[in-house]
Design a protein. Structure first.
Length: 441
């Protein structure tokens, strides 16, 4: 899922007990439509572009195209990532929800466990052209293994390491980093132990999802995970502790991250990058944001996310989680036929090119592989990462709670470092232990 979002305050556990009894609505509550009279659909779209106005401008003509083709009007609401999960969970309890919605793919298994979303059986996939149209890695991040997916891939994303060419040149760095040791060495040349006024690496320390994404990748590189095969949390395993410690030390010991980044949560690290204050950022599809800040594609480069040593791959060489946005249908919609027509339209070959090009994301459909519209440097990096070296976040029902608890633990650790407190492995283990206890209460 895209990472420009803050924590969701409402956890999945809040709705588990009441969800199935409370589901209602869709468009039928406001005279919208049904299978017999499919006049209207309501659609909650996630904020994919630099701002909501950009999304409305992008989606508006496509929705008009769908209405002309089918006679079905789509009522659009673009929801910021900071609000989206809360809105979805509130909708499942109030009975006042949309017909179709975007979800972060990391939420797929959690929302699937509630029964709130239409399962994408073979029959339902056939209604939109077949499951085989989609890349396997994207479908793997659409629900728990062994179950019908809870949603359909819409936009695929992965992490890339973006670097500021001007800042690299000024520091005498001739090649982008491939390992974390390279990142630290390059970062030190730029940060100069925090005395240069410039910084090697940026992050969003108050963004819970970014905290989860990067710490999860580092844990995989340390041979660890945050859950065992049964879905039980293992937050305090040695590899998980080492991963978080490595991450925190980039600010604490290596001093390549500005301590002020501990408070960032709304793309401020990208702003610093565009202003030549920060030389590297780890991001998903940053090109449109850089463009909005008057950066030319020639001002930056993008390479695969670093590994500990060697080259990206699977196992300990994983360098990204499978990120992206999925499209789901509320199980309680009275216009399921119209909703499936809309999903089919949005995931059609033509629309996938239009939409993913607009957002700088990777189409999750196989037919777009090699399309001329997706040959930009960072898109090629993301596409290759998704095919070779990315892995989904744990597809477990408690995934959204994991994001909240461990993401908050990392947020607090960043705040401690920024405040001048010393963070040790014992500190990290204690923070992760507390997060695990809160998960199991």
């Amino acid at each position: 899922m895209r990472k420009t979002r803050a924590a969701a305050a409402v956890t999945l556990a809040t709705v588990m007990g009441t969800l199935l009894a409370a589901c209602g609505g869709g468009t039928s509550s406001d005279g919208g439509g049904s299978n017999d009279q499919p006049k209207t659909l309501t659609y909650w779209a996630s904020n994919q572009g630099p701002n909501i106005a950009y999304d409305k401008k992008t989606l508006g003509p496509e929705l008009a195209k769908f209405q002309k083709k089918t006679g079905i009007k789509v009522k659009l609401e673009v929801i910021p990532w900071s609000d989206l999960l809360n809105r979805i969970l509130a909708a499942t309890t109030s009975g006042q929800g949309p017909d179709v919605l975007n979800i972060g793919n990391t939420w797929s298994a959690s929302l699937q466990a509630t029964g709130a979303l239409l399962p994408w059986s073979t029959k339902n996939f056939d209604a939109i052209g077949g499951k085989d149209r989609f890349n396997a890695s994207a479908v793997a991040a659409a629900g728990a293994p062994g179950k019908d997916p809870a949603a359909v891939p819409l936009y695929s994303l992965a992490y890339a390491l973006y670097y500021n060419k001007k800042m690299f040149h000024e520091a005498g760095i001739t090649a982008p980093p491939t390992t974390w040791a390279d990142v630290i060495n390059d970062g030190k040349k730029i940060s100069k132990n925090g005395t240069s006024g410039k910084w090697g690496l940026g992050l969003e320390g108050s963004n819970l999802q970014e905290n989860i994404h990067i710490s999860y990748v580092l844990a995989k590189q340390h041979g660890a995970d945050f859950f065992d095969k049964s879905g039980k949390p293992t937050f305090t395993s040695p590899g998980a502790v080492d991963a978080v410690m490595q991450y925190v030390d980039m600010m604490q010991k290596d001093k390549i991250i500005n301590p002020g980044n501990a408070e960032y949560a709304q793309n401020q690290s990208l702003q610093d990058f565009a202003k030549n204050k920060t030389a590297m950022v780890m991001w998903q599809a940053a090109a449109s944001n850089f463009k909005s800040q008057h950066m030319s594609p020639s001002d930056w480069g993008a390479v695969p996310m670093p590994v500990q040593s060697g080259s990206p791959g699977q196992g300990k060489q994983v360098n990204s989680m499978v990120a992206g946005i999925n499209m789901a249908i509320f199980n309680n919609t009275k216009n399921v036929d119209g909703a499936k027509k809309f999903v089919k339209f949005m995931t059609s070959d033509a629309e996938q090119v239009i939409l993913n090009k607009a957002y700088g994301s990777v189409p999750p459909i196989k037919s777009a592989d090699g399309n001329a519209a997706f040959q930009q440097t960072d898109i090629k990096v993301m596409a290759n990462t998704l095919q070779t070296s990315a892995t989904p976040l744990p597809q477990v029902p408690s995934e959204s709670q994991y994001e909240t608890q461990v993401g908050t633990a990392l947020k607090n650790l960043w705040a401690d470092v920024a405040a001048g407190k010393t963070v040790t492995k014992a500190t990290v283990k204690s923070a992760l232990s507390k997060a695990q206890q809160q998960m199991t209460q």
